[in-house]
Design a protein around this ligand. Sequence first.
Ligand SMILES: [Fe+2]
Length: 483
Amino acid sequence: MTDRPAQILVVDDEPHIVELVCEFLGGQGYDCRGPADPQGALPLIQDGSIALVRTDLKMGAVTGMDILRAARGSDAAGTNVVLMTAYPTVENAIDALLNGADNFILKPFTLEALDHVVSSSLEKQRLARENISLKESLALYRASEALEAPLDLPEYLTMVLDVAVDELEGHAAQLALFDVEDGQRSVQQCIVRGAADQVRRLEESVLLALASELAGTSGATARVDAEGSGPLLILPMRAGGELLGLLTVQRGTGAPAFTPAQEKALAIIGSGAAVAIKNASLYNSLQEQYLGAIRSLVAAVEAKDPYTRGHSEKVANYGQVLARELGAETELVDAMRVAGLLHDAGKIGIPESILLKKGPLTGDEYETIKGHVIMSEKIVDPLPLSSIVKRMIAEHHERLDGSGYPRGLKGSEISQGGRIIAVVDIFDAITSDRIYRSRMSMEEAWSVLDRFVQSATIDGTCVAAFKNVIRRHESGGLEIPGS
Ligand SMILES: [Fe+2]
């Protein structure tokens, strides 16, 4: 940053005072100028580069109060104003201070007094700017910190609203997310945080009207709600040119207006949230596409072998019920569904001559069939699925005694999900008709599973829990989807 001298504007209807003050302050190192008349000061103030205005109070058509209002209206920490008058009254002083004057000095004045007032006023301004920049950095830091954290979107947006209420000293913050269908915008979701009872919640019609009005604007817009509520700050949230929603912060009736620095802070907080919303929506649409692809894949696999039709769905359903029965975490129960659907996806790569063979398989043919697990793993590898899902798929033919495939894992090397899917996969396979044999009765099936438990190939706890599940299901006490 360059250290340019502070620009000071001297406004007075007496030209010799303008000349005297400019000469003195110029000698003190300031960039000082004075318009020919007070009217000429207004456009100079508007351009925002003036650090301080020293103005006379009584000047004719344009008064010192007009100059003060013009300066304070531009930016809270932008232009400071020092009023000077030869006719001091208490009313004048109070009025000036209420309107944001930084100092009030009397004529006649000494140059030393003027120097002191100007330098202390500029120091106060420097501190105010530092404070704003610190607050902006803090808001940005808090919002970006949340972005890095592995939160889900609703949790993240709630946090953004809390940050907005805190940082902007609002009573409540509201986030409306839009949906556009056939060119028609509607509010898809609305979250409110803070003391919402102190402000009027913005209705859908109001939000949509604001969206249309502010769609082309950038940054936050401050206004007082037309229906008598307090100050309102509105930020259109955009990503890639698309209006995703509106972030608003409200204060109750009679509360002070938002400052330009707070408008900036909201824009900073909102920009992080807009990126997060866009990312989440892209992620969701990708997930949808993946799930669509997965469904097609399962349908294609089962179309090759009519005898296994519905097997993946049943493994998914049995697996979820068994995982719940065993008290597994929700994450594992949810993962069971996807793993059940996809565990045999690799069979798409097995020739139908082997898959549909009626007679016994040769050694080579059996090795080819076993290859379906590695192929399933390869199919799901690029998909954004949890490691639990991928591990279950990889382990569904592993056995506790190391006799399984493809890796021959043993005992504790096999995850809980892997043990569950193995049990339900075997159960559904032996209780369903296959091209090479008919289905087993329930008694036969349980005795097969019991033998596997005795030979330590499958997990006894899983089998015992699964027996409970099936018994309760058969007595009408438990519903198993699809059964
Ligand atoms: Fe399999």
